[in-house]
Design a protein around this ligand. Structure first.
Ligand code: 5GP
Length: 175
């Protein structure tokens, strides 16, 4: 059963669309003539990935991986497990990690460690949402969409107990 309600729309569909367009243009400029591999962590980032890559105007490759999520909780348990690895060999590639939201930074830090070990030529991060007040592990975000306050948000790929991912906007969830 779906729980909670949206108490406020934080980012509208058009706010997101404009930002995705801006990020895509910047990434296109920075990576032109490079062999780019865009990767994301399922499932929260899949909408952002699919919109963003259509705004990157150059040939690129896409791959996905899956790490353990919060499940029915709104706080990170602190432990992160890789549940599904990439198909691609990333050594020597320019890798762009596309993230829905950086909260404590634990999931991303752990994933980045793993990816760095495989020696990509470069490894950068593009995050749609950044909650800096919650950070526990420093994360260098190269492309940032929006900085947000400490709210639990859903929509545009982000879930609560697998619901709400299909909302076209990002809203604050009230339980
Ligand atoms: P972190 O490891 O940075 O604490 O959290 C990473 C993951 O937790 C994100 O990729 C996202 O899936 C989930 N997460 C963090 N904050 C939120 C939030 O406000 N809403 C939702 N739905 N998921 C979040």
């Amino acid at each position: 059963m779906i729980r909670g309600k949206i108490s406020r729309i934080l980012l509208s569909e058009s706010d997101i669309e404009a930002k995705v367009k801006e990020l895509g243009a910047q990434i296109t400029q920075d990576y032109k003539d490079k062999d780019l591999l865009c990767i994301c962590l399922l499932k929260g980032s899949m909408l952002f990935l699919s919109d963003l890559i259509r705004r990157i105007d150059m040939p690129l490759q896409v791959d996905v991986m899956r790490a353990s999520s919060y499940g029915e909780s709104t706080v990170s348990s602190g432990s992160v497990k890789i549940l599904q690895d990439l198909d691609a060999d990333i050594s020597g590639k320019h890798v762009l990690m596309i993230e829905d939201i950086v909260d404590t930074g634990r999931t991303l830090a752990k994933t980045l460690d793993l990816l760095r070990f495989r020696q990509p030529q470069s490894l950068k991060i593009c995050a749609l949402l950044d909650k800096p007040s919650r950070r526990e592990v420093p994360i260098p975000i190269d492309y940032r969409g929006f900085e947000i306050e400490n709210h639990f948000v859903v929509g545009y790929g982000l879930d609560f107990d697998e619901y709400y991912r299909n909302l076209p906007y990002v809203g604050i969830l009230e339980l």
